[in-house]
Design a protein around this ligand. Structure first.
Ligand code: LMR
Length: 328
């Protein structure tokens, strides 16, 4: 997809979002929490919307609700099980009520980059995880990439000890709670939509996120700076309701899944670039970005890695070993 085509898609989408679906079309509501442009998930969701609405016009109609306008991630999976929404793409950290197996992806320093994450997800272990919540009514359809996480706070973070005593917002994952405790911070689980206000008002002192989220929600404006730790990842599961997927006629389901697969491939290939652009945009907007030398980064590795032991039972040592073999 060329940049011009993407720009056109976004314009079309902006119009389509308010346009009602036609009578007789299967309405697919896709609720997510991020901004739409300059964001790996936002761009992918918009492209999916445009392609479904072009290519399945008269059969299926996709409506994207970004920016937590419909549900935040703590509510969206329950809404999906009730049939109020058909598609979502929460981060892998947000499935704790449904499975502990995804904890693998939150373990700090498990993956060196998104290519390694991609390779693990494409392996039999990664593909099996897509089906791991079927019993609970949820079907994973695809993994969408965001990127590597960075640390930010209201004071400079260079050594992990700089985090001592600071309050950190985390996603709703016990692994991330343990990770922040390992660096001497007090973690607080909080919905994404509340993070900017909490940072601004000092309810929390810091947070961890990808460049695209830190830029998209302007966290850098209410932080001292962002430290390039690349200590973990944010990636997404595009998920639907098992019964809803089964209710589709086979040719409709196949076309829908085909388009989703193509959008996944196209946009996942661009996710690192989108994050690099967001990092550059933060710097251009006057945000402070600190990098770490090898020894400084190693101190973060040594402080955070003991967290693995706490969760190896939930995740399975075999999965950790498989991920590390891929990451080598
Ligand atoms: C977060 O809550 O920080 C992220 O999961 C938001 C997102 O969807 O990228």
């Amino acid at each position: 997809v060329t940049a011009a085509a993407t720009a056109m898609a976004l314009t079309v989408t902006a119009g389509a979002a308010s346009a009602a679906c036609d009578d007789g079309e299967i309405v697919v509501k896709f609720s997510h929490v991020t901004n739409t442009d300059k964001h790996p998930k936002g761009i992918a969701a918009s492209l999916l919307e445009q392609r479904i609405n072009d290519e399945m016009n008269g059969t299926m109609c996709l409506e994207v609700y970004p920016n937590s306008t419909l549900y935040n991630d703590n509510k969206v999976l329950e809404a999906m099980l009730q049939g109020d929404v058909q598609l979502a793409a929460p981060s892998l950290s947000k499935f704790e009520k449904f499975t502990k197996e995804f904890r693998l992806f939150d373990l700090p320093f498990m993956f060196k980059n998104i290519d390694a994450v991609d390779a693990f997800q494409a392996s039999p272990d990664g593909q099996a995880l897509l089906d791991s919540m079927q019993r609970r009514g949820l079907q994973g359809l695809a993994y969408w990439h965001n990127g590597m996480k960075q640390m930010s706070a209201n004071r400079p973070l260079v050594a992990p000890t700089d985090a001592n005593g600071l309050k950190f917002r985390v996603q709703s994952s016990d692994v991330l709670v343990a990770q922040m405790e390992a660096i001497g911070g007090s973690p607080q689980k909080m919905a994404f939509s509340e993070v900017y206000g909490a940072l601004q008002q000092g309810v929390v002192d810091g947070q961890e996120n990808t460049w695209s989220n830190i830029y998209g929600k302007k966290f850098f404006e209410v932080q001292d700076g962002v430290t390039e730790t690349n200590h973990g990842i944010i990636d997404y599961l595009v998920v639907t309701n098992v019964d809803w997927l089964e209710s589709l006629d086979a040719p409709v389901r196949e076309q829908f899944l085909q388009i989703l697969g193509e959008v996944t491939q196209t946009r996942n290939a661009e996710s690192t670039q989108v994050n690099n652009d967001a990092k550059a945009a933060i710097i251009a907007a006057g945000g402070e970005v600190r990098s770490l030398d090898a020894a400084q980064r190693q101190a973060w590795v040594e402080t955070m890695m003991p967290v693995w032991e706490q969760f190896s039972g939930d995740v399975g040592q075999d999965k950790i070993d498989a991920a590390q073999a891929i990451n080598a």
